[in-house]
Design a protein around this ligand. Sequence first.
Ligand code: GLA
Length: 414
Amino acid sequence: MPSAATESIVTRLLEAFAAHFGAPAPAVVARAPGRVNLIGDHTDYNDGFVLPITLDRAVYLAVRPRPDREVRLLSLNFEETIRFEIGTSPTEAPRWAAYVQGVVTELHRHALLPSGFEGVLYGDVPLGSGLSSSAALEVATLVTLQHLFGFAMSGEEAARLCQYVEHTYAGVQCGIMDQFAARLGRRGHALFLDCRSLAYRHVPVHLKDWLFVIIDSRAPRELAASRYNERRAECEAGVAFFRRFDPEIRALRDVSPELLWAHPDQPTPTIWRRCRHVVEENRRVQEAVVDLEQDRLEAFGQRMNASHDSLRDLYEVSSPALDLIVDTARQVEGVLGARLTGAGFGGCTVVLVHRDALPELEQRVARAYEATFGRQPAFYPLDHNVEAGPIWPETAALPVSSTSEGDEAGASEE
Ligand code: GLA
């Protein structure tokens, strides 16, 4: 059974659809979730490892086909509509439209869209907080159209297509993590992904008396894109340096700790620190997966702490706001680990906490944060998570190509 929250979103979408487009009802409502990364940041574009988990928050689309080649969409979040012909760009479109139009254009280039469509979209993933609302929008668009038109596409292909859209239509040179998690994350599991081979494993998350809570600093992330690209360039400079010693090295993924420590401060102290973060973070992710699988939550929490410290001191993507949240959280009895999550430079932290300690955590962090920054952070306890797929009128598996792995995230139930 879908949760009450999901049901009320579906009702809202159906009502808005009827009011805006009239009968008949949409053919399908589908969604794709946002994600929070538990450990492994700034590793994906270095061909490394990540461990995201999807949220219980998602982007939803309710659509029906049109007899012509037009796309008409109403966003309930922005109270804006867009309209364009498939294969063309909407003129003066709002920012959210670029993601939808990018997915539509790419599907059209693959000759997968038999007609236009119209519908309503809504999302409850916080925007601009580093919880991948844009990946959720891209994947939700793709999954909904896949279900509407019944074309086959594996989860890996879908994630790659959406990443391409983010690069090309939104101008963000992101790695593959967010789109992969939104498309292939599974309910009740974290997603352990090798960003080079795209091999992945769903890791069951049995937290019992513990839970992950996301704390959003609500700090502006204006410089995030340029500083993100700067970090990518530093990693490439690191690869160029270490390749001199081993021509097989294609990414920081291939640099061993031995090689790293044989050349301290090379080619520059800053670039070396960036490389060290990536080399050590990759190892931490692999160890953290084993911790989670063996229910060693304390060890898992310590690795979260080590990851944050490395992102703060070596990779230098933390901020005073994120550090204050993390430091305050760690002082609360019942907190096993706390770290920034995603790109950094503002955005969110993720904390592993005992359920009984959650009120104390929220109070202490809210008080300390307000005292220093004069505003409140937002708390999103992650009680359950959802997966991409159709949710109305009935649950059904997505059509997939024969090359996919057979453990597709299909029907979503909560
Ligand atoms: C952003 C990017 C991801 C990843 C993280 C950092 O979320 O979109 O691809 O690089 O930053 O781990």
